[in-house]
Design a protein. Sequence first.
Length: 90
Amino acid sequence: MISPQNVLRHELIGLDVLVAHASNPGHAGVSGRIVDETRNTLVILTGRGEKRIPKRFSVFRLRLPDGTTVDVDGSSLETQPERRISMRIR
């Protein structure tokens, strides 16, 4: 079960997200559903199409399936998704 404590070890695709803070002011406030993830970016499906947001220098507010929200520093996500899921979080 995905929780705020283990969100970094789970698949993010399909979660609702809001870019709470970004170094690029045009990215702050973008919200939608995560549809793809690469090592350095999240692809978010918004009402106006897909937006590719860099993980570094961004803070993402994720809504988990149980309705709770958690803020995640994008730099902690900055690795290949398949590697991040199998990593041990310290």
